[in-house]
Design a binder for this molecule. Structure first.
Ligand SMILES: [Mg+2]
Length: 184
């Protein structure tokens, strides 16, 4: 029995690029709903890394992809999404299910056919579990420096370290607990 229930992802990866087509096929996934900030791009960038771009290119022939972001700036979300040639919606209010459901409708998929991919437990993972989808937690791309968000990362880190059954597939360290002096 898992005491953390709805806050538990199915799997934890260092980068979206670690999510393989084989893994998705094995779990009956046909579409991915992707978080934007700190999942596809850093909070201060509009451009995804080459590894992330290549991963999107590899997946898109077989899986539907949709960006669902809590970011309030439609301009920022659209700019990144256009650059990646992906559909998007912003101001989604995750963990509420409304935004996810809009994306599901657009993809014509059921919740159990979709992976919810993101870096935050209290929005992406909680929302994904509430939806009945397959939540995949991704280590944030960069250490958090902003006030309450930084505090939230520390709380998330405390939860994540309790998930003994989860293996971070690629990295020995997680940045949820990064110290300020380790910031770039
Ligand atoms: Mg995020």
């Amino acid at each position: 029995m898992n005491p953390f229930g709805l806050l538990t992802p199915k799997v934890w990866v260092s980068s979206v690029a670690d999510i393989t087509p084989d893994y998705l096929r094995t779990h009956g996934i046909r579409g991915l709903i992707l978080d934007l900030d700190e999942t596809l791009v850093t909070a201060i960038s509009h451009t995804a890394a080459d590894r992330v771009r290549d991963w999107i290119t590899d997946l898109r022939s077989e899986f539907q992809l949709y960006i669902v972001s809590n970011n309030n700036s439609g301009q920022r979300v659209k700019r990144v999404a256009d650059d990646l040639d992906l559909p998007c919606l912003h101001q989604a209010l995750k963990p509420r299910r409304k935004g996810f459901r809009r994306a599901l409708a657009a993809m014509n998929l059921q919740p159990n056919e979709v992976a919810i991919v993101g870096d935050q437990l209290f929005t992406d993972v909680l929302g994904g579990n509430r939806l009945g989808a397959h939540p995949i937690l991704v280590t944030p791309l960069s250490p958090e420096t902003r006030g309450w968000r930084k505090a939230m990362r520390l709380v998330e880190g405390m939860f994540i370290h309790q998930y003994e059954h989860l293996k971070n597939l690629n990295a020995a360290e997680a940045v949820w607990t990064s110290q300020p002096e380790s910031r770039p």
